[in-house]
Write a protein that binds this ligand. Structure first.
Ligand SMILES: NC(=O)c1ccc[n+]([C@@H]2O[C@H](COP(=O)([O-])OP(=O)(O)OC[C@H]3O[C@@H](n4cnc5c(N)ncnc54)[C@H](OP(=O)(O)O)[C@@H]3O)[C@@H](O)[C@H]2O)c1
Length: 381
């Protein structure tokens, strides 16, 4: 099967290289921007690709929602299989692409979009065939894991580890999507899509790591906790729950062994119990290997990651309850139900009574709107 590649950046170059050695797959044209077609295999028009009958599949590794969506729709409509590493595209337009792929009887696969080289969605799609997926999630963003790990092990402050992550290429010049938890949220949205055929849209919550300080880390480290940014998803009564928030884990929990920019994805099957997958969640070769895994799957007959179709659905984050570690100004201590609290100058550090996830995220927003500096993390004993 001849594969056209859209985009020739970090992942695109990797996919093109790997196609040169892959069994049953061959290199097709590569879409680049006008002016960048410096080799015969590079083209600058999507029409050249969709109208080429020798192209059997298109791998989109450009990023962004547009023009990626229009190109994907054109490729699928022309009867080409479509594979992508682009989580923003699938989170925004997954149901539309699924519909076109079904109408045309071609594949729409995106396991590289969540977990990079970690075969998370691929295994989730297999598991849902024979088991009921109770919950899933884990550490799905390598940038923030690198930062939290460095803050904890090297005792660095937030600004220093962010600069470090940018210097090493782990964080982008604009790191907002990573540090705000949005990147991990998009990934848990895709996991819900695969596990339940529901792409959660309204009511999603994401708290990132932008508020954590070296003093916070020293405080919970001295009490035997490690902080990780964790995504959670599962089935709720009337839909699904899906959120991202920092979590404090007891030293020795599996998440604590995830160091540097590694990812750890997990799911729990009603029969299989907990399954954990760990590996590189990003990078040229790990991500390209996931794209190639999908392309090889097409040769074996794989067509979609949700056999019953994909619909948009609401999120109910009120059913999950956690106790939270919260650091906030002392004068606001009475705003939350505290199980215990320690005064530290003009700051209070408390453990709350168990609260619904939706309520904790709402309270933090409310207090920040009043100008308060607040950090919170769920406590998992
Ligand atoms: N890098 C990773 O580790 C990783 C991991 C998992 C998933 N992903 C996903 O994979 C996708 C690609 O990531 P990347 O890191 O490879 O990004 P990248 O290095 O920025 O590469 C994207 C490439 O696509 C090109 N491109 C963008 N729009 C185009 C257009 N309209 N026409 C032709 N070419 C276009 C860009 O060209 P210009 O440079 O000219 O703009 C660039 O060469 C993203 O969706 C990302 O979220 C990446």
């Amino acid at each position: 099967m001849k594969v056209a590649v859209l985009g020739f950046g970090t992942v695109g170059f990797g996919v093109y290289e790997m196609l040169g050695k892959a069994k049953g797959l061959e290199r097709g044209p590569v879409l680049v921007r006008p002016g960048k077609n410096d080799m015969p295999f590079k083209v600058t028009s999507i029409e050249k690709i969709v109208s080429d009958p020798s192209v059997g599949a298109v791998a989109e590794v450009m990023g962004g929602v547009e023009p990626a969506y229009s190109y994907a729709a054109a490729a699928l409509s022309a009867g080409k299989h479509f594979v992508t590493s682009n989580k923003a595209l699938v989170a925004a337009r997954g149901p539309e692409l699924d519909t076109i792929a079904r109408e045309k009887g071609v594949a729409f696969l995106f396991s590289a979009a969540c977990g990079g080289g970690v075969p998370f969605l691929h295994n989730l799609a297999l598991a849902r065939e024979s088991d009921e997926i109770r919950s899933m999630g884990g550490i799905l963003n390598g940038t923030t894991n690198y930062m939290l790990d460095a803050m904890q092990r090297l005792h660095l402050d937030y600004g220093d580890v962010l600069a470090d992550a940018q210097r090493l290429g782990y964080a982008e010049a604009d790191p907002t999507a990573d540090v705000s938890g949005l990147d991990a949220l998009r990934k848990i949205m895709l996991a819900c899509a695969v596990a339940y055929g529901t792409l959660p849209t309204d009511g999603l919550l994401h708290e990132g790591i932008e508020s954590v300080t070296a003093a916070d880390v020293a405080h919970f480290q001295s009490r035997g906790y490690t902080c990780r940014l964790v995504a959670g998803g599962g089935r709720a009564e009337d839909g699904v729950y899906a959120y991202v928030e920092p979590v404090l884990l007891r030293d020795g929990a599996p998440e604590c062994s995830v160091l540097q920019n590694y990812n750890m994805a997990r799911y729990e099957g009603a029969n299989a119990g907990p399954i954990v997958l760990m590996g590189q969640g990003a990078g040229r070769w790990p991500t390209a290997s996931a794209v190639l895994r999908d392309l090889s799957g097409i040769l074996r007959g794989e067509r979609e990651m949700f056999p019953e179709g994909l619909r948009r659905g609401e999120v109910d984050n009120s059913l999950c309850r956690h106790s939270y570690y919260v650091r906030l100004p002392a004068e606001l201590a009475g705003e939350l139900p505290a199980a215990s609290a320690e005064l530290d100058g003009d700051t209070v550090r408390m453990i709350t009574e168990p609260l619904p996830v939706s309520q904790m995220h709402f309270e933090a927003k409310r207090l920040r709107a009043r100008g308060a500096s607040v950090f919170f993390a769920a406590v998992r004993e």
